[in-house]
Design a protein around this ligand. Structure first.
Ligand code: PXL
Length: 278
């Protein structure tokens, strides 16, 4: 039987992020994927102005209740961009009600990048997110999100392994599980991830050549590929590495057209590569 994942994040109708990335990536990986859209926006908030925003918070408990009545239960729940504290509370309830007993719970605490919170988020939400992710099997913060979760200043560069490992251990203490920290770089020519396994108390690094600049939506490309790989049975470390390789390919696909295609990455052209790797 195919494993079933539920992913909860917004639909940005245009812009290659959140559900318009997660659903195709997970489907391509052979994961039966159910969704709960937390909100519907005409575009994402990273560079567009004047977008529409329809909040779907109050639909969440009704969807959960219907699924419970139908006996629908998931092997994994993966959350991305979540708009409010109320949604976080509803989602905690979904994990209790609509997930199987040993289901994987993966949280990408989407709220910030490059040292700044995304539009609409504040430090109070970051504190709520830090509470929400308690009990997650794996969390996937970038360095900025890690700093907000731990209520400390963001360190952009010049850090060492000791700093990264201290972040990983303190993040793992918040969640009680494994941590994959994204956007790690000790040498400007390389960018990658650090994966902390709680069971092994070990840190695994994986880097690729850095492509300069920043690319919107790559956190979602990474997190969906990682979540699919973990549910397919890859180890934490192998899932973390595969998701780096896939994300880098998606970025490279975008480069020839980068000026015009500033709002996302062309992950679609990298899907055949991902399928071959599985
Ligand atoms: O990729 C993260 C993301 C998801 N959803 C919305 C966003 C962003 C980042 O800016 O604006 C609506």
């Amino acid at each position: 039987m195919n494993a079933k994942m539920l992913t909860i994040q917004d639909v940005s109708c245009y812009g290659q992020c959140s559900l318009t990335v997660a659903l195709p990536v997970l489907s391509a990986m052979g994961i039966e994927t159910a969704i709960i859209p937390s909100a519907i926006l005409s575009t994402h908030t990273g560079g567009f102005t004047g977008y529409t925003f329809r909040d779907l918070t109050e639909d969440i408990p009704a969807i959960s209740a219907h699924w419970a009545k139908e006996g629908i239960a998931f092997d994994a729940v993966y959350t991305g961009y979540i708009g409010s504290k109320k949604q976080l509370d509803y989602i905690k309830n979904i994990v209790r009600t609509n997930a199987k007993k040993d289901a994987l719970f993966i949280v990408d605490p989407v709220m910030a990048d490059n040292g700044k919170l995304y539009y609409g988020f504040d430090e109070e939400f970051a504190a709520e997110m830090a509470r929400f992710l308690a009990g997650a099997d794996v969390i996937l913060p970038n360095l900025t999100e890690a700093a907000f979760l731990l209520k400390e200043p963001y360190v952009a560069e010049g850090y060492d392994e000791e700093y990264i490992e201290s972040l990983l251990r303190r993040l793992s203490a918040l969640s009680g599980g494994d941590v994959v920290l994204t956007g790690v770089s000790f040498d400007n020519s390389k960018l990658g991830v650090a994966a902390y396994s709680k069971a092994k108390d070990s840190v695994h690094y994986y880097f690729e050549e850095r492509v300069s600049g920043s690319f919107h939506g790559t956190g979602d490309v990474y997190a969906s590929c990682f979540s699919g790989a973990l549910l397919r049975g890859l180890s934490l470390e192998d899932a973390a590495d595969l998701a780096v390789d896939f994300t880098v390919r998606a970025i490279r696909e975008t480069l020839p057209d980068r000026e015009e295609h500033w709002y996302g990455v062309k992950f679609e052209s990298a899907l055949p590569y991902l399928i071959k790797r599985l």
